[in-house]
Write a protein that binds this ligand. Structure first.
Ligand code: GTP
Ligand code: MG
Length: 221
């Protein structure tokens, strides 16, 4: 299937985020969990910068993606959390603004509600900040999903055990992927297609958007 991807912007704050019109799917997760690598694997090109050291992505990088006959959407690579030297601050402020209700309120005619995909490392199920991030993401998005990264690092038997543990901790289904071997990418594309198209079924007036004061805070570390 043909995939076209175009870098749109590196957003430093709310004013830089795309101004509505297209659905958005954003990848959220700890620094080094493999967000940028997964974007490259999905798009089959080295469009996002990756690094063995955590804290590589510092801004919200927005890509416009079209796959096959599906409608185009924005895929968003956010800074990670859990990185002591500055990453957490960027994650918190930028991510909060990105998913914030103030943002779509500005676009009253055609509100944008981004979907969130939380990435967790399959080798570390149930880290406190991941569990917090999941609670937060579910509160601030209408549609969210869980993905386990780096499954190539585990042998078959270990994978099954780790995924079972993840599903029990997060109380949701988990899509397991590897950016290195490409395993799970077809399933992830199906998931992303679903998230990107859900928006069309939503009626803005009947949505329940969590209020800022009741939504949990994104994890600090
Ligand atoms: P930040 O930008 O710091 O938030 O990190 P990130 O989540 O974007 O991680 P990134 O994609 O830069 O990857 C971090 C490291 O993990 C790099 O060394 C990657 O090569 C490695 N990595 C990413 N995905 C995989 C994977 O599926 N398998 C393996 N074995 N390594 C991976
Ligand atoms: Mg990154």
């Amino acid at each position: 299937m043909k995939i076209t991807a175009e870098f749109i912007t590196s957003a430093t704050g709310a004013a830089d985020f795309p101004g509505g019109g297209l659905p958005e799917v954003a990848l959220v997760g700890r620094s080094n969990v493999g967000k940028s690598s997964l974007i490259n694997a999905l798009l089959r090109q080295r469009i996002a910068r990756t690094s063995a050291a955590p804290g590589k992505t510092r801004l919200a990088n927005v890509y416009r993606v079209a796959r096959g006959s599906s409608a185009p959407f924005y895929l968003v690579d956010l800074p990670g959390y859990g990185f002591a030297r500055g990453g957490s601050t960027e994650f918190e402020s930028l991510t909060r603004e990105y998913f914030g209700r103030e943002r779509w309120e500005r676009h009253s005619g055609d509100p944008v509600l981004p979907s969130g995909v939380l990435l967790v490392d399959v080798r570390h199920p149930g880290l406190t900040n991941d569990v917090q991030a999941w609670a937060w993401l579910q509160a601030v998005t209408e549609h969210s999903a869980l993905v386990a990264t780096k499954i190539d690092k585990l042998a078959r038997g270990q994978r099954i055990r780790a995924l079972r543990e993840l599903e029990s901790v997060f109380e949701d289904s988990v899509t397991a992927v590897s950016a290195v071997t490409g395993e799970g990418l077809d399933e992830l594309w199906k998931l992303i297609d679903r998230l990107a198209s859900n928006r069309n079924n939503l009626n803005p007036r009947t949505r329940t958007i969590p209020r800022k004061e009741t939504a949990p805070r994104p994890p600090k570390k």
